[in-house]
Design a protein around this ligand. Structure first.
Ligand code: ADP
Ligand code: MG
Length: 384
């Protein structure tokens, strides 16, 4: 067991890293963040911040020397970085599981190999792969295999010709072509698995996206959004974690189509849709990440409240003037006593950039949902 005041390492300085820093510091740990951005939101509040590239061996050696254990907040860290660090210090997740989660072909191949339900797809590595795809995959979505997030690196395509044009626009980078599914809605589940194999699953969130970016998540207290389906989602997510011998916090996104679950993608870290755990659960997803990393017993994950979480993207900074960012009128949100406002302290607002979120809590879901939708409108978000 790694106990406070040990120093923990975090690869990545975004908001997920920032909440890890807060959770770790609350428990009395020190945190060292590696992020090339000197102004990163997690780096600014960490005990130590190294501003260097993720493959900078000097920086990594410094981390290995200073940290009792190291984890990451995003999947695009080079897997070699984790493999290098793991020679000297415990690292979660493993380089092997990160390599699967950071490359869509590898991820889908893993799901296929282990018989987990997923959307029909084809690997696209060359122009001839495009010409050979089954027409059953259309209409489809062409997704770059690496570095896509928040709907970036994805194009909707209706036939082989459009796919070829999109593939060329992606500079012939490896892609997957996925059948576009008629979604009833989406679910996600965050779990934490210990080295002993013990697993705790947070309640399932029902997710609503706009333009490929998470807009809001709905979580009924006690057991999650979708009753029967949430039990099935837990069973699938636990099997995935077991099949990967995963240790740490893992997020699983699902599509619901005709009442059936399909695994969309995996994230080897806490998840945006799990932000409600900060305010609605006995232990939040970031504290759980700290606990797993340090070999502490996992915390209780029950939700004590129903919750609706709404993302605040940079767009609302430009509501008054598309040329010039200005601070939204936070008083409008702060007026709701059951609303918890979170801002990540990012230095610059940009359209589509995740700047913060708010969560509305209540005993049952109806009232927080109504309040969240009203508050959303009050701060200038479009209807959903
Ligand atoms: P990322 O979250 O990494 O940007 P996803 O593959 O999760 O990429 O896609 C983002 C969102 O786009 C999904 O949550 C879903 O709303 C929509 N989407 C992605 N793939 C499909 C699909 N095959 N069918 C229907 N909708 C999809
Ligand atoms: Mg996704």
């Amino acid at each position: 067991m790694i106990l406070p005041p040990a120093t923990l390492g975090m690869l990545g300085g975004g908001q997920l890293g920032r909440y890890f820093v807060i959770a770790a510091q609350q428990l009395g740990y020190r945190v060292m963040v590696l992020d090339p951005d000197t102004n990163s939101t997690a780096g600014r509040i960490a005990d130590l911040h190294i501003a260097a590239a993720y493959d900078d061996r000097n920086a990594l050696s410094r981390m290995a020397n200073s940290c009792a254990a190291i984890t990451t907040e995003f999947e695009s860290v080079p897997a070699e970085t984790l493999a290098f660090l793991a020679q000297f210090v415990p690292v979660q997740p493993s380089a092997e599981t990160l390599a699967i989660c950071q490359e869509r072909s590898a991820e889908k191949g893993f799901l296929k190999e282990h018989g987990f339900p997923h959307a029909p797809y084809a690997d696209i590595r060359s122009e001839s792969d495009v010409l050979n795809v089954s027409t059953d995959l259309f209409p489809g979505i062409l997704k770059v295999a690496r570095f896509g997030y928040d709907g970036k690196g994805q194009v909707r395509v209706n036939d082989a010709e459009e796919t070829l044009a999109a593939f060329r626009r992606f500079k012939n980078e490896p892609c997957v072509l996925e059948k576009k599914m008629a979604l009833d809605y989406e679910l996600s589940l965050v779990l934490t698995r210990c080295a002993s194999g013990a697993v705790k699953c947070f309640p399932v969130a029902e997710n609503h996206h706009q333009q490929g970016i998470l807009d809001h998540s709905i979580v009924a207290a006690q057991g999650g959004a979708a009753g029967e389906l949430s039990i099935k989602a837990k069973a699938i997510a636990e099997k995935i974690a077991l099949a990967m011998a995963y240790v740490g916090t893992l997020s699983v996104e699902f599509f619901v189509v005709d009442g059936q679950l399909y695994v969309n993608e995996l994230a080897p870290r806490p998840h945006n849709s799990g932000h409600y755990t900060l305010d609605a659960c006995l232990t939040n997803q970031f504290e759980q990440q700290v606990r797993a990393l340090c070999g502490l017993p996992l915390g209780e994950v029950t939700a004590h409240s129903a919750a609706v979480m709404v993302n605040l993207l940079g767009d609302i900074w430009f509501a008054n003037n598309p040329e010039q960012a200005s601070e939204p009128d936070w008083e409008k949100l702060l007026a709701y006593p059951s609303l918890k406002l979170h801002l990540y302290g990012k230095s610059e607002a940009r359209p589509g950039r995740k700047m913060g979120h708010f969560t509305v809590l209540g005993e049952t879901i109806e009232k927080p949902y109504r309040t969240a939708m009203e508050a959303r409108k009050a701060i200038g978000l479009s209807d959903c």
